[in-house]
Structure formats: C-alpha cells, structure tokens
Design a protein around this ligand. Structure first.
Ligand SMILES: Cc1ncc(C[n+]2csc(CCOP(=O)(O)OP(=O)(O)O)c2C)c(N)n1
Ligand SMILES: [Mg+2]
Length: 593
C-alpha cells in the first residue's frame, strides 16, 4: 500500500482518495507517517528522550527538526511558519518542562488563529500520578489556549488521533494538542494512514447574504473592514472587486495591515493602536460597516489619537468563519457565519445583479485627502535625533522605505514596535506577522524565523525592542546553527519603554524595573556567528537593513534610539495611584496626597 499520499494541492477541498487498508507498523512509524501524509517538512522543538524513538525516523521521512534554544521559541516559530503557509505546523518537546515552556507561545498562536499541532509527550502511562521525573498533568495547562485537545489513550490510536488533530487545527484555525504517554511510541499495531481531511468552507446563509447585499446597495457611506479572515482565506482580490464596485473605503483591522493593498486608492490603512487617522476618520462617517473576517476584538477599535471613531449609529454586517465571534464584542446588525473570501464574492455577485455601479469620484477624492493629511501629519511628527541616537519615528520611517516589497515583517509588542504600525504598508498577504492580542514580549524574532524557514525566498524581518530582545537573542544561535538568514532589527532605547511610558504618565517618573543596561547587541550577534550592524545615524538605517537582508546569513541590526516614547497602550486600564497607608503617602497621585 502506498502510504505516501499525494498531497499536492492541499488547499483545494476535493476529497483525496483514501489510501485504504491497514498496515502493520510501530506507533512511532504511525506518528511519522501521519506527518508525512500531511506534508510536514519541518518540525520545531528541542530533543527529548520522551519521543526519541520517533525522532530517530525524522531524517528517513524527510523531516527536519529545527533544533532551537528554548521551546517557547519553537512554538513561536511554528506559529510564524503556519501564518505564512496557511497549513498546520508541528512543534514537539520533552515531557514536563519542555512542554510547559510551550505555554506562552501556544497562547499567542491561539489568538493569532495559527493552525498548529502541538505534540506533548507525557511521562509514562504506567507511572502516571506517581510524581516521578518531569511529570505534570499536561492537558489542563493548555485547555484554554487550544481549539482541541486529545490524550492518546492507546498506542493503537496514534494515527487516527494525529490525523484528527491536523483536521481540526486546519478547519478551526488554531493550535490543537496531542498528548502522548511516552511509552506509547513503542509496540506495534495495524494503522491506516489517511490523507489530510480538508473541509470546504461556505460563504454563509443565502438569506443573510441577500440582506447584506441590500444593506450595502442602500448604504450612503459603506465602509469595509478587511480582517485576518481575508488574509487567511486569500480573499484580497475579492475584497478589492467588492470595494471597487461600491467605491467603498477599506480599512485594515488592527495588526492586519496586509489584508488590503496599501497603494490601492480605496485603502485607508489600519484601525486601532497607532493606526491610521485617515482610516479612523473615514470609518467614523460610515452608515454601514461590512466587517469581513474579523472578530472585532475589543482592543482593535479602542479610541486612538484622541478619536473615538467607532460609528455607533452605523449598521454592522459582521462576517466570520467562527460563529462564536459574531456579535460578541460589537453589536452586529446582521451576523453571517462564512468564509470571508467566499462571502465577498457572493456579495459582489448579488450587487452586480442589481446593476452596474459608477465609481464615486467625490468619495475617492475624500479618501485621498484624508490619506494625504495623515501622511503629512506623520512626516511632520517630530522625532528629534540626539548625538549618536535616532528619534524612533525617524528610524521607523527610514526602515519603512528600505523594506523590500516582498518582505515578511513580524513586530513585537514594545512601544517602538507598536508605533511601527503607522509606518508598515503591505501590498500582499501574508506579510505582517504581529504579536496580535496575546501581546507577549519575545514574539517577533522566533516568528520571523519560522516564516523564513517556510518561505526562504522572502526576506523575514523582525522588529524587536531591546527588552524583548533579551528574551529572544539565544535564537540567533539557532539561526546560525540551522542556517536560517532571518533578520532582527533591535530598537535599543535602553528601557522597557512601553511600560516606562506608564510610569511617566501615571507614576510621577518613578522608574521601577524599567531601565536596561544593554551590551553592544551587534557585537553579541557577531560573537554568536551572525552578522551584526550597529546604527547610530538616521541616514544609515536604510542601508543597514538592506545590507542585512542581502548578506544571506542571520543578521542583527541594532538601532541606537533616543528614549522618546509614543502614546501608551492602555490608558483605558489605568487609574490615578491611591495609597491608604501613611508610609506610602508620597506614592499617591497629587489629588490623594
Ligand atoms: C512576556 C511579557 N512580559 C512583559 C510584558 C509587559 N510589557 C509590555 S511592553 C513591555 C516593554 C517592552 O520593552 P522593549 O521590548 O524594550 O520595547 P520598547 O517598549 O522599549 O520599545 C513590557 C515589559 C509583556 N507584554 N510580555
Ligand atoms: Mg526598549
């Protein structure tokens, strides 16, 4: 029997011919053959005795273990890989501490909707509960950050449950966990290795799509929000056609700047923290909003730049593949469970059925004007340099200009990385891999590494703050060892800046825990075997980035910045400090002293 199923054209939902029949093999072989059947070429992790029997077969199966420095980063790499391939990616580690090291990154992948199969070998089934070596219950830990979990309760179910995991990760778009007692890799059994189960998606209920088309046709000022669902479904062309038919402005949802080509005349830029004022002003005028492929997450529409822009009176049509996200955060006038790309296609069909539309020149001019105003405002946003230190906005503008067109850019969660949102424009997805709503420091670099492994022909560039770099820099060794020429741009401002900004705004400049004292990171990179560039003049920023992309080996561009800080993340979450004990009186806000 041929268990090497033909998995060409995985994205098309035509059912593949099952290979049929069972073959006698070991559970390790069943595990590996399931990976092969799902076209897995790269697995991220750290070696461990718990799965060594299966690991031994990786080379024979044509699978590479990307052997990392810390398991958290292995899972971030799997996340980056999944985000650019749109296909479940595997990470694996040693039972106990190797697995608990995954947790932060699996949570990040959950909120980034990245399909991942997280393989968690567990201590042996015959000693479970004895409190032996590296033993903990591994299922509860991941219960809230996975789409599905399974404990392999018999070695004979290895192939079946691994197969199930891939299907759910892909269809429900998120991490799934397969927990395998380490002794279950041994033995033998009869296994059927099935090809991937790819489930066709649909546009949504026809009555609802009819209603949505009517609402859009009757709208005076329809605005389209293009979300992550458009990136994941490959629906940019469909949104473009729909927007052009309606002359509807298109805004990107928060941190999905690649969900609509920024050079398009209808593109207004991203909403949310450090987003585009043009997009905010335009959407505030909408009478109908078509929210395509977005959960309308609570953080993505917070007031920004002093603008409370969400159009509270507008009718909201929300379309998302996950029905649980519909109407959850923002009231939806019409909620449709459907694939964002197919829904856009169906809406256009219906609108065309109502007659041809002429481009609305006045609206196009309005968009152009708002965009020009925002571009001028950004260009004038003062970010003074100091001797040997670059103003962060100037550095970000120079980087934005020097980015190769086909770059994949990941961003961390610090202040400079967040301000970068205004300076990152993309023409095609998947190009922007931000830390999304999990917002963990240390996300960007390993994610870019994973993206680079998946798409070696595209430049992969991580924007990372210097604090976050301390969490990530060990992976430079991984890039050197594994020959992965990912680029890190490190913003050296000698501070945990995003948090320091809160101390400036709310704690009277009491800087507890926020100063840093960095080494020369470019030198550290060179010592690790990578290329290192240290940049302390604005006019060198672009050249350094270009050189790092070209050099063909792992590279770190360290940019020496002033300590200027942009608006904080969470004004909504702070209160003036109030202390009741006399000894802490001086820590009171003025009004409580
Ligand atoms: C894992 C994790 N720890 C702590 C935080 C809280 N936090 C958010 S932003 C930030 C500061 C980031 O500093 P840096 O990476 O130097 O970037 P900068 O803000 O200076 O640009 C911290 C500590 C977090 N988001 N994630
Ligand atoms: Mg910093």
């Amino acid at each position: 029997m041929n268990i090497m199923t033909d998995t060409k054209n995985l994205a098309t939902p035509t059912a593949e011919k099952p290979s049929g029949g069972k073959v006698r093999m070991t559970p390790s072989e069943a595990f590996i053959e399931t990976l092969v059947a799902h076209k897995v070429k790269d697995v991220f992790g750290i070696v461990g005795s718990a799965y060594m029997d299966a690991l031994d077969l990786f080379p024979g199966a044509g699978i590479r273990l990307i052997n990392v420095a810390h398991e958290q980063n292995a899972a971030h790499m799997a996340d980056g890989y999944a985000r650019v391939t749109n296909w479940p990616t595997v990470c694996i580690a040693q039972n106990g501490p190797g697995i608990t090291n995954f947790v932060t990154a699996v949570a990040a992948a959950y909120w980034a909707h990245s399909p991942m199969v997280v393989v968690t070998p567990e201590s042996g089934s015959m000693t479970a509960g004895h409190g032996g070596f590296q033993e903990t219950e591994q299922m509860p830990i991941f219960s809230k950050i996975t789409k599905w979990q399974v404990h392999v309760n018999s070695p004979l179910r290895m192939a079946e449950l691994m197969h199930r995991a891939f299907a759910i990760a892909l269809h429900e778009r998120g991490p799934v966990q397969v927990n395998i007692p380490r002794d279950y890799f041994y033995g033998e059994g009869d296994y059927e290795i099935l090809p991937p189960l790819v489930i066709e998606r649909a546009a949504g209920g026809t009555n609802s799509l009819d209603k949505a088309a009517k609402m859009l046709a009757e709208a005076k000022f329809p605005v389209i929000m293009s979300g992550g669902g458009i990136v994941m479904s490959g629906g940019v062309d469909e949104v473009k056609a729909l927007a052009e038919h309606l002359t509807a402005p298109v805004v990107n949802t928060y941190l999905h700047n690649d969900s609509f080509p920024s050079s398009h005349p209808l593109s207004c830029g991203p909403l949310g923290y450090q987003g585009s004022k043009a997009a905010m002003k335009i959407i505030s005028r909408a009478d109908v909003v078509l929210a395509l492929g977005t959960r309308l997450g609570p953080f993505g529409t917070l007031p920004q730049h002093g603008l409370d822009y969400w159009p509270k009176e507008a009718k909201i049509i929300q379309i998302d593949a996950d029905s649980r996200m519909l109407g959850l955060v923002k009231k939806a006038t019409l909620a449709i469970q459907g694939d964002a790309r197919l829904a856009a296609q169906e809406l256009l069909k219906r609108l065309k059925g109502r007659g041809t539309a002429k481009p609305d020149k006045a609206r196009l001019a309005e968009i152009r004007m708002e965009k020009d105003l925002w571009a001028i405002e950004l260009a004038n946003w003062v970010s003074p340099n100091k001797k040997g230190q670059i103003g962060p906005r100037r550095a970000l503008a120079a980087l934005g200009k020097a980015l190769p067109k086909n770059a994949m850019v990941s961003t961390d969660i610090g202040n400079v990385c967040s301000v970068a949102n205004s300076y990152l424009h993309f023409e095609q997805p998947p190009s922007f891999l931000a830390a999304m709503s999990w917002g963990n420091c240390g996300y960007a670099y390993p994610t870019a590494i994973g993206a680079k492994v998946a798409r070696p022909e595209r430049p992969a560039i991580a924007y990372v703050g210097d604090g976050a770099w301390g969490m990530s820099l060990a992976e430079v060794m991984t890039c050197v060892k594994e020959k992965i020429p990912a680029v890190a741009v490190v913003f050296n401002n000698n501070q945990w800046g995003a948090e320091k900004k809160n101390q400036v705004d709310y704690f009277d400049n009491r800087f507890v825990g926020t100063p840093l004292n960095n080494p020369d990171f470019s030198e550290v990179a060179r010592v690790m075997g990578a290329e290192g560039y240290r940049v302390d003049h604005e006019d060198e920023v672009g050249d350094a980035l270009k050189a790092a992309v070209k050099v063909g080996k792992p590279a770190v561009v360290e940019i020496m910045l002033t300590q200027e800080l942009g608006e904080p993340f969470r004004r909504d979450a702070f209160r003036a400090p109030r202390r009741l004990l006399a000894k802490y009186n001086k820590f009171n806000a003025k009004q409580y002293k």
